[in-house]
Ligand binder design. Structure first.
Ligand SMILES: [Zn+2]
Length: 442
C-alpha cells in the first residue's frame, strides 16, 4: 500500500539516519563536545510546505487560504494529521487555535510554545506563516524520530486569523473585544461564526485567555517579508523585536479660494503646506540616528477640484520603531517642523493620534540562543527588527519570546511572487529546533 503522504516515507528514512547520527553524537560526546540535537529533514519540511498548497493554492505560486474559509479548514485537517504523526495530542482551544501538545519530563516545567499561522491574505503567497508552521511540525517530527525527550512540555500552535488581525493570538492574551466578533472577514464569515467553524466557542472566548507567566517561552520562525537578509547575503535573521506603531490623523487648514483670481503671494494653500509636511516627516525620520520609519500614506485635498486652491488637507502620519520612545523622538521632531510650516504658510496643522500598537522586543536571552544556534550550524546571521506584526507580539504578554527570520526573495510578501528557497526553509527549521533544545536545557 502506498503511504498517504511523504511524511511516512521520511519517517522511515529518519530512523535510519538516527543510527548514523547517534554514532556521531557518541563520538562528539567522547571528545568532550556536548552532543547537538540532530538536524531536521530538509526534504520533509519542504514537502509539508508544498502540501499546504493543496488547500487554496492559486496555481501561480500563490495561495488564498483565508481564515475561516473551507481551504483554511482543510489545511488545518491536514496539519492535524501531520501533528498526530509527530506524536502530538491535537486539540482546538476555545478561540479556534489549533494546538498540538507533547508532554515534558519535568512535571513542574512550564510549556515552551512554537508555531505560526497558516491563513493567508487574498491573493497571498505560499510562505508567510506557512514556513513557520511547516517548520514547527518538522521540529516535532524530528523530536519524535529521534525519541528526544524535552524537560518542558511542548506546544505547537497554529494561530487562527493572523492576517485578519491576529485574532487567535490576541484571544490568548484576552485582547479580542466584543465588537470584533461581528466584523465580517475576507472569507465572508464574521469572526464569531469563523471561530465556531474552526471548533472554538465564541461565547466562551474569554476563557481562551492564558495568564502572563504561564509559558517558559515562545519561538516563531517567519519569512522576513523584507529584503535585508537577501541584500546582505545573510541566512538567518535574529529578530530583536516587533516594531511599535503609532498613527495620527493630520489636518492642514488654510484658505479655500479661486485658483484663477487669487495671486500667489496671497494664498494659504493647504496642499502646498501638506507637501512641506510630507517632506519634513521623511527628512526627520531619515536624518535621526536609528532605524525608525515615518510615512504619510494617505492624503486628500479638499474640496479637490482643479480650479480651487485647497483649503484643507487630510492626511495620515505613521511612525514605527523598535522602541516607543524612538517613536516619541521622531514625532517630536516632526511636530516641531509642523510648527515652522504653520508660520511659513499661514496654515494650522493638527496631529491627532488614532492608533497605537506597542513594540514587542524579543527576550535578550532568546536572541543569544537563536544567534548561538545559527552560529553552531555554520549559518550567517544578523540582528534585525521586524517591521511587520506577528503573533509573537501577542505572545510577548505571556512570557519571553524569540523570533527567527529567513530570507524573502526581493523582500516580496503578500503576493504570489513571495518566495523563500527550500535551503532557507531548512536552515530556519534547524535553527528553530536547536534554539528549542537549547531553551529546554537552560
Ligand atoms: Zn505572517
Amino acid at each position: 500500500m502506498l503511504p498517504d503522504s511523504p511524511i511516512e516515507d521520511h519517517r522511515r528514512f529518519g530512523r535510519r539516519d538516527f543510527l548514523k547520527r547517534s554514532a556521531a553524537a557518541a563520538v562528539a560526546f567522547s571528545t568532550g563536545f556536548p552532543p547537538q540535537p540532530p538536524t531536521i529533514d530538509a526534504s520533509r519540511v519542504n514537502a509539508i510546505l508544498a502540501r499546504f498548497r493543496r488547500f487554496g493554492g492559486t496555481g501561480d505560486g500563490g495561495t488564498t487560504r483565508l481564515a475561516y474559509s473551507d481551504e483554511d479548514l482543510a489545511g488545518r485537517d491536514y496539519a492535524t494529521g501531520v501533528m498526530r504523526r509527530a506524536g502530538l495530542e491535537v486539540s482546538t482551544d476555545l478561540a479556534g487555535n489549533l494546538i498540538g501538545r507533547r508532554p515534558g519530563t519535568d512535571p513542574a516545567a512550564l510549556p515552551i510554545i512554537i508555531g505560526s499561522h497558516m491563513d493567508s491574505v487574498p491573493g497571498g503567497g505560499s510562505y508567510d506563516g506557512q514556513v513557520g508552521s511547516a517548520a514547527a511540525f518538522e521540529v516535532a517530527l524530528t523530536l519524535a524520530d529521534h525519541d528526544i525527550a524535552l524537560r518542558h512540555p511542548l506546544e505547537v500552535i497554529i494561530f487562527q486569523n493572523e492576517e485578519g488581525g491576529k485574532t487567535g493570538s490576541r484571544a490568548l492574551v484576552g485582547r479580542v473585544y466584543a465588537f470584533e466578533l461581528d466584523i465580517v472577514t475576507a472569507s465572508g464569515h464574521p469572526i464569531r461564526d469563523g471561530i465556531a467553524r474552526l471548533g472554538g466557542d465564541p461565547a466562551r472566548l474569554a476563557e481562551a485567555r492564558r495568564e502572563p507567566g504561564s509559558m517558559a517561552g515562545f519561538l516563531e520562525l517567519h519569512i522576513e517579508q523584507g529584503a535585508l537578509l537577501e541584500a546582505g547575503g545573510t541566512q538567518i535573521g535574529v529578530v530583536e523585536g516587533i516594531v511599535g506603531i503609532r498613527r495620527w490623523n493630520v489636518t492642514v487648514r488654510g484658505a479655500q479660494n479661486h485658483a484663477g483670481t487669487t495671486p500667489m503671494p496671497l494664498r494659504r494653500d493647504a496642499l502646498v503646506a501638506a507637501a512641506d509636511f510630507v517632506r519634513a516627516a521623511n527628512e526627520v525620520a531619515t536624518t535621526m540616528p536609528g532605524r525608525q520609519v515615518a510615512t504619510v500614506g494617505r492624503i486628500e485635498a479638499i474640496p479637490g477640484a482643479p480650479n480651487v486652491v485647497p483649503g484643507e488637507v487630510r492626511a495620515t502620519l505613521e511612525i514605527r520603531d523598535l522602541e516607543m520612545t524612538g517613536i516619541d523622538r521622531v514625532f517630536t521632531g516632526i511636530a516641531a517642523r509642523a510648527r515652522t510650516i504653520e508660520a511659513d504658510r499661514e496654515v494650522a496643522i493638527t496631529l491627532a493620534q488614532f492608533y497605537e500598537s506597542l513594540a514587542a522586543p524579543t527576550d535578550p536571552r532568546f536572541r543569544n540562543i537563536v544567534e548561538a544556534a545559527a552560529a553552531g550550524l555554520g549559518y550567517s546571521h544578523t540582528r534585525m527588527p521586524s517591521g511587520a506584526g506577528h503573533d509573537a507580539q501577542s505572545m510577548a504578554e505571556l512570557g519571553p519570546v524569540g523570533m527567527i527570520f529567513v530570507p524573502s526573495r526581493a523582500g516580496i510578501s503578500h503576493s504570489p511572487d513571495e518566495y523563500t528557497a527550500p535551503e532557507d526553509v531548512a536552515r530556519g527549521a534547524n535553527v528553530l529546533l536547536r534554539s528549542l533544545v537549547a531553551l529546554d536545557g537552560r
